[in-house]
Design a protein around this ligand. Structure first.
Ligand code: DX5
Ligand code: ZN
Length: 218
């Protein structure tokens, strides 16, 4: 069963509460929240205060995608704001295993994100401790970019490995997911599909969530 995770990066921030309710009504299981620091990625977005204010409007799982240096500094604040899950980038952490433990100690599930150029090797020995691996299908920083198809074999290899080891870890993909690419990543083995532009930049975001799910074949 594929889960759809609308990314609020492409939402209309002037009526964020309504936009969140819209995708929840459409059956989206997860809300993807992109946190950018202007250092790891060349853009700035939201912090824990925003998460806290939309928490009151939704029962969806809040999936925080930290695109920040020193991610360990922000874990407790996002937990207090109502986050359910935190993903941080392997490229930002010298002590990835410790960060995973810190996220879990705060009662959340933990994920690691890999940029398109980052190989799977760096997570090999911590895979068992992860609830999710986020494979970026664009370079992080902006919505509306083109899907990088070279990542498809990476999804396939990770999927096979997880099946073989019987690890309870989901694969999320993020960037350039739309009706054309959704079936491709689903077939390759992705479980959670993040979509920003393909949901919130559409005239009917509610319908867009349903269409993405159909396109992914679930
Ligand atoms: C990009 C973000 C994505 C972004 C995806 O750095 O991590 O979550 O919102 O946007 P789309 O789906 O428009 O490519
Ligand atoms: Zn993201």
């Amino acid at each position: 069963m594929i889960q759809i995770a609308p990314s609020i990066l492409s939402a209309d921030f002037s009526r964020l509460g309504d936009q969140v309710r819209l995708v929840e009504d459409a059956g989206a299981e997860v809300l993807h929240i992109d946190v950018m620091d202007g250092h790891f990625v060349p853009n700035l977005t939201f912090g824990p205060a925003l998460v806290q204010s939309i928490r009151a409007h939704s029962h969806m799982r809040f999936d925080i995608h930290l695109m920040v240096e020193e991610p360990e500094r922000f874990i407790a604040d996002f937990a207090a704001a109502g986050a359910d899950h935190i993903t941080f980038h392997l490229e930002t952490s010298r002590h990835a295993h410790r960060v995973i433990q810190q996220i879990k100690e705060q009662g959340m599930t933990a994920g690691i994100a890999l940029n398109p150029a980052t190989p799977l090797d760096g997570i090999k020995y911590i895979l068992e401790d992860l609830d999710m691996v986020l494979l970026m299908t664009v370079n992080p920083g902006f919505g509306g970019q083109k899907f990088i198809s070279n990542v498809i074999p990476k999804i396939q290899v990770l999927h096979q490995h997880l099946e073989q080891k019987k690890f309870n870890c989901l694969i999320e993909v993020d960037g350039g997911i739309n009706q054309e690419t959704a079936p491709v990543v689903a077939k390759a083995g992705a479980h959670i599909l993040v979509a920003g532009g393909a949901v919130f930049a559409q005239p009917d975001p509610k319908q867009a969530v349903k269409k993405l799910r159909q396109a992914a074949g679930s």
